[in-house]
Design a protein around this ligand. Structure first.
Ligand code: FAD
Ligand code: SF4
Length: 515
């Protein structure tokens, strides 16, 4: 490269949208794109092979499209020996060898990455220009203003403000249907008859680029968890749009009703499978919300389904992002209960006698996917009940899921699933006994444990640990109106019952690898 570069525009693996604000004044005559694959990022956590493949394939498709537009791009491949090893070294190398007037980067999806980029620019003495993440519907500053000095943040109030501000499902100043939230209609299990026929989600056979990436990942990261045998995720905007439309046409109608239900033979339920495309910026949240709202008006879809879906994207997703940027870096260190136990090995293999964990971890290894309730009320609640280290659990979620990026994984895991930030944005810990799982799934039917038993050889570990948790935190639960009812039963238990539960819980935790 002989010509002086005006701006290096760094495009990260989760910034693959052509509407990125970092590209808004890109001039191919003077500027150059920089895309970096690096082992240090692929292995930042012990990442699922499909997750690595998704990012690499998405980046390579983006670089190919840049090439077609005749936008200059330096693309550093993982296995290209001419470049140094880590992401930071690769970035530093470029900035030092070809110093630009400025390095331009859109706000990233990880606090750690922003510090790393700042350090690299500073070391190379290159001015760094951050551009706002216009992909998000609520900027960091807007969220901070909304949050003000509130000690506790509640999604519901944020969501209502977002509905009003963006005019989504509104009839004037009032919510369509006269109600903001149809959550109570979104909690059905499939019942004894099971889910019936559920249309399959859109699947995408790997093209040449993805096949090459799959071969590379198999060679380089073959020891990592998960399999690539079922890789069918969208890796381009075109495919992501097809996946979205397929969901809107075929699955949105019943999404709301069965949102929380789980079934061994139905890994994707009625879910949208759009999180990875949203998080890589192949889809924008605005177009996803608009597509759902338009379908509601055009096809008179059930409001509870459409509102339930829009709440996830316009409400939860934006709220979680706001919390992440407001509370980092302390959020990642949170450990409200002081839990330190190591993650049992079977979280990485699914080899446990607990059928609910087998199913959830098993499908996660196969597809890099589990839906929200599986993440929250199966693997997540077991982790908190068993006293696992929140930081190890968070690394596991970041590794395991196709849609895992730090800004969305960290608050969901530490804040929502593990209550490790002491309930900053949740009104209670999300814990339940095995009987909840039994109601919401068919897992318990094939399990060697019995969900209703809390002591004895066939006691369900989830149930034992749940009651032990309530006993140990009785005072906390009793003082919170949202959880006081849960411990009413504990107050009536005999000392002997409590001691038996405590003993069984200790034995469960001590024998965690064999459970
Ligand atoms: P659907 O159930 O069809 O929902 C539609 C969309 O709503 C999702 O694609 C997603 O973009 C958004 N959404 C729903 N719930 C949430 C939420 N709680 N937070 C943010 N967005 C939400 N989501 C991620 O995108 N990346 C993660 O790394 C991630 N880690 C999680 C870890 C834990 C412990 C928990 C409990 C949840 C996590 N989630 C994460 C949220 C949620 O489970 C996934 O977004 C969802 O399962 C993705 O599947 P889907 O696209 O089929 O979503
Ligand atoms: Fe899970 Fe307990 Fe049901 Fe077994 S009995 S599947 S461990 S909830």
């Amino acid at each position: 490269m002989t010509q002086k570069v005006r701006h290096w525009v760094l495009v990260l693996g989760d910034q693959l949208g052509w509407d990125s604000s970092a590209l808004s004044d890109f001039d191919p005559a003077h500027d150059r794109l920089l895309m970096i694959e690096a082992d240090s990022e692929a292995g930042e956590v012990w990442s699922h092979q499909a997750r690595i493949a998704l990012f690499l394939s998405g980046m390579r498709h983006f670089a190919n499209a840049a090439h077609q537009r005749q936008w200059p791009c330096t693309y550093m491949r993982l296995d290209d020996p001419q470049w140094p090893a880590t992401f930071a070294e690769r970035l530093g190398h470029v900035l030092t060898a070809h110093p630009p007037e400025a390095l331009v980067v859109m706000e990233t999806g990880a606090w750690r990455m922003e510090r790393l980029i700042e350090a690299a620019a500073e070391q190379a003495r290159v001015p760094l220009r951050w551009t706002p993440d216009t992909h998000a519907l609520c900027s960091r500053a807007e969220f901070a203003t909304w949050a003000g000095h509130k000690k506790e943040l509640r999604m519901e109030f944020f969501y209502r403000a977002m509905r009003q501000r963006h005019g989504v499902l509104m009839a004037g100043q009032q919510p369509v249907g006269g109600q903001w939230n149809f959550d109570a209609e979104n909690r059905k299990g499939f019942g004894a008859k099971g889910p019936g026929d559920v249309p399959a989600p859109a699947q995408f056979a790997p093209d040449r680029v993805t096949q090459d990436v799959i071969a590379l990942v198999r060679t380089r990261f073959g020891e990592h968890p998960g399999t690539l045998d079922h890789f069918a995720w969208p890796v381009t905007r075109e495919d992501a749009l097809v996946a979205l439309q397929h969901f809107i046409d075929q699955r949105l109608e019943h999404f709301g009703t069965w949102q929380d239900a789980m079934w061994t033979t139905l890994p994707f339920g009625w879910h949208a499978l759009v999180a990875s495309s949203l998080n890589l910026h192949l889809l924008s949240p605005r177009e996803v919300v608009d597509a759902a709202e338009q379908a509601y008006h055009a096809r008179q879809l059930p409001l509870a389904s459409v509102e339930g879906f829009i709440r996830q994207v316009l409400g939860w997703r934006e709220f979680i992002r706001g919390v992440y940027w407001l509370d980092m870096p302390q959020l990642a260190e949170g450990n409200h209960y002081g839990h330190t136990r190591d993650l049992p090995g079977w979280y990485w293999t699914g080899k446990t006698h607990m059928a609910c964990m087998q199913a959830t971890i098993g499908q996660s290894l196969q597809h890099g996917y589990a839906h929200h309730i599986q993440r929250l009320m199966v693997t997540g609640q077991f982790a908190v009940l068993a006293g696992l280290s929140p930081q190890q659990v968070s690394a596991w979620y970041r590794a395991m899921y196709i849609d895992a990026v730090e800004w969305v994984e960290t608050p969901n895991t530490l804040g929502m699933a593990l209550h490790a930030n002491g309930g900053r944005f949740t009104s209670k810990p999300y814990v339940a006994s095995g009987q909840y799982i039994s109601r919401m799934s068919n897992y318990c039917k094939g399990c060697r444990y019995q969900p209703e038993l809390r002591t004895g050889p066939n006691a369900c570990p989830m149930t034992t640990l749940y009651w032990d948790f309530l006993i140990r935190h009785e005072a906390d639960f009793a003082s919170n109106p949202r959880t006081a009812l849960m411990v009413k039963h504990v107050a009536k238990m005999s000392a002997e019952d409590k001691a038996l539960i405590g003993q069984q819980a200790d034995a469960t935790r001590d024998g965690l690898e064999q459970v």
